[in-house]
Design a protein around this ligand. Structure first.
Ligand code: FAD
Length: 502
């Protein structure tokens, strides 16, 4: 083996984030090294994969891995959450065997040309000296992605974004071919049939509650299950694996990009497992990190811009999830009863003050506040949309004749955007109703389209201007989207007199 090998990017860790980065970087033509310390297949927690995984795998041209993957889909889901009685629905996502899923992604990366070092350990960070079974190698890379997950070394740099939570789990023989979730007095329970045939039972509790009972975890878990409704059967069933614990506290890495090292997946941030979307979000954020890396590799003078983009997407991911999680905890039936601190502590965003990184934490607080505002606007919008009537053909004709104006709250600003797989500073359009600034709609630069609004007397005229560069149907859809989001105003009340009162 060569003592020194050159790569564009070295990725440490071959979980979903690491392999997603490898596949995307390979598709952009880069030379990639993937360094994984454990031989595969290896067990991994996090089998419930949200439905959004399909379009990520599609994007990576990796859908084929699911054809032969050990998995269950369309399981019924029994839920006790907003009220103390159970509801049954069908789950959109998948239950995969993570050992199998992660191995298949890694094999695909290998087939597409990634150099795999496994099992291998980085023994000297500075020079990226790695130890493999056949000796030591120096991996020279222009950039390094750290995708070491929750177990990675950077644990001390993590800022908890919610109270500390521990997961406690075991397996029993098949209970039922379904997934169950139940809010209980001092935490919540989750269970699912696994592709192996076993049934995983998991409890999420405040860390302090578990630590008091550290010596007798099995009886502790049995007592919790016994008090539940959906998992009562498991309380007396034979546990076919020892009761294990692990941290489930969500966090943000306080040093997500330093020098040429960039954190991705759970090395960058972890979500509350409540959403069962950790794998999807780890991969989705990785795709954005690859855009930042591609920008740096193409033009190193754009490093600061790429970093700004990466940080904004990181904070947005963490804030969006933190706000969603608080809302979900708040909606659980034990929250309203205030039966325990578990629920009251998790129903609002609390930040402990820390000294070593006020800037990133302050930015996260801002991002959470912005997110909360967006959520409340969205709820109001949803209420209004419920009352909105659709156009009849006659109304639509009148709509085309309505005078049109740009809302005074619409403004332009420059922000890092993705253009052709790279980050560029671009003029984008902002409005208080928009979730985030918009650069392009249906592939057209929005700022340019809006320049024509003051020259159009009516909706129909604006559609006419735009139809010089796009289909009339697209122009109409853009007008309607802009109007629904408040960027364009029409005298719509002329055709819908009731609207003024809503
Ligand atoms: C209790 C619990 C339940 C969860 N349930 C779900 C769920 O149901 N659904 C879901 O989508 N998500 C769930 N998650 C989250 C999910 O597991 C993670 O989001 C996902 O695994 C993150 O992927 P990753 O690639 O970042 O890290 P990982 O999957 O952890 O992969 C990291 C890889 O890096 C390797 N590694 C670590 N250190 C080194 C090193 N120094 N050198 C080389 N290699 C290294 C590891 O061996 C591992 O293979 C859960 C998390 C917890 C804690």
């Amino acid at each position: 083996m060569n003592r020194s090998q050159d790569f564009d990017v070295a990725i440490i860790g071959a979980g979903p984030a690491g392999t997603c980065a490898a596949l995307r970087l390979l598709s952009l033509g880069y030379k990639v090294a993937l360094i994984e310390r454990r031989p595969f297949p290896r067990p991994q927690i996090g089998e419930s994969i949200s439905a959004g995984i399909w379009n990520i795998l599609d994007y990576l041209d990796a859908n084929s891995i699911l054809n032969s993957c050990n998995m269950l889909s369309g399981l019924p889901t029994r839920t006790i959450w907003e009220k103390p009685e159970s509801d049954v629905g069908e789950r959109q996502g998948l239950i995969v065997d993570r050992a199998d899923f992660d191995s298949k992604l890694l094999n695909l990366a290998k087939m597409r040309g990634a150099s795999i070092f496994q099992p291998a350990q980085v023994v000297k960070q500075q020079t990226m000296q790695i130890r493999t079974v056949s000796g030591e190698v120096e991996v020279n890379a222009k950039l390094i992605f750290e995708a070491t997950g929750r177990a990675g070394e950077s644990a001390q740099k993590r800022f908890p974004t919610a109270p500390t939570t521990l997961a406690l789990w075991t397996h029993i023989s098949a209970m039922a071919q379904e997934t169950s979730i139940e809010a209980i007095d001092n935490g919540w329970l989750w269970g699912t049939a696994l592709p192996s045939g076993a049934y995983r039972v998991m409890a999420f509790l405040d860390s302090a509650t578990v630590k008091q009972r550290n010596k007798d975890l099995e009886n502790f878990l049995r007592a919790i299950l016994d008090k539940s409704k959906l998992f009562k059967y498991a309380a007396t069933a034979q546990f076919i694996s020892p009761v294990r614990t692990c941290s489930a506290t969500p966090y943000l890495n306080l040093e997500p990009w330093s020098g040429k090292k960039i954190m991705i997946g759970e090395a960058a941030f972890a979500l509350d497992p409540l959403s069962s979307s950790g794998v999807e979000k780890a991969m989705r954020f990785t795709l954005q990190a690859v855009i930042a890396a591609n920008t740096v590799l193409q033009d190193s003078s754009k490093t600061e811009l790429a970093k700004e983009f990466y940080l904004s997407r990181l904070l947005e991911s963490v804030a969006t999830h933190a706000v969603w999680t608080c809302g979900y905890y708040n909606a659980a039936w034990p929250s309203s009863k205030y039966v325990s601190k578990f629920w009251s502590d998790r129903s609002k965003i609390i930040f402990q003050d820390i000294e070593n990184c006020p800037a990133l934490v302050a930015s996260l607080k801002d991002a959470c506040m912005a997110r909360e505002k967006i959520e409340s606007t969205r709820q109001q919008q949803a209420k209004q949309e419920g009352q909105e009537k659709s156009f009849s053909p006659e109304e639509f004709k009148s709509f085309l004749n309505l005078p049109i104006f740009l809302s005074p709250a619409t403004s332009l600003t420059k922000t890092p955007c993705v253009v052709d797989d790279r980050v560029e500073l671009h003029t984008v359009v902002t409005h208080p109703k928009l979730e985030r600034p918009v650069g392009f709609l249906a592939g057209f630069e929005l700022a340019r389209l809006l320049q024509q609004v003051p020259h159009a007397a009516t909706v129909g005229q604006l559609i006419g201007f735009w139809s010089a560069q796009m289909r009339i149907q697209t122009a109409t859809e853009i007008v309607l989207w802009l109007q629904n989001n408040g960027l364009l105003q029409t005298a719509r009340e002329f055709i819908e007199p009731d609207r003024g009162n809503t």
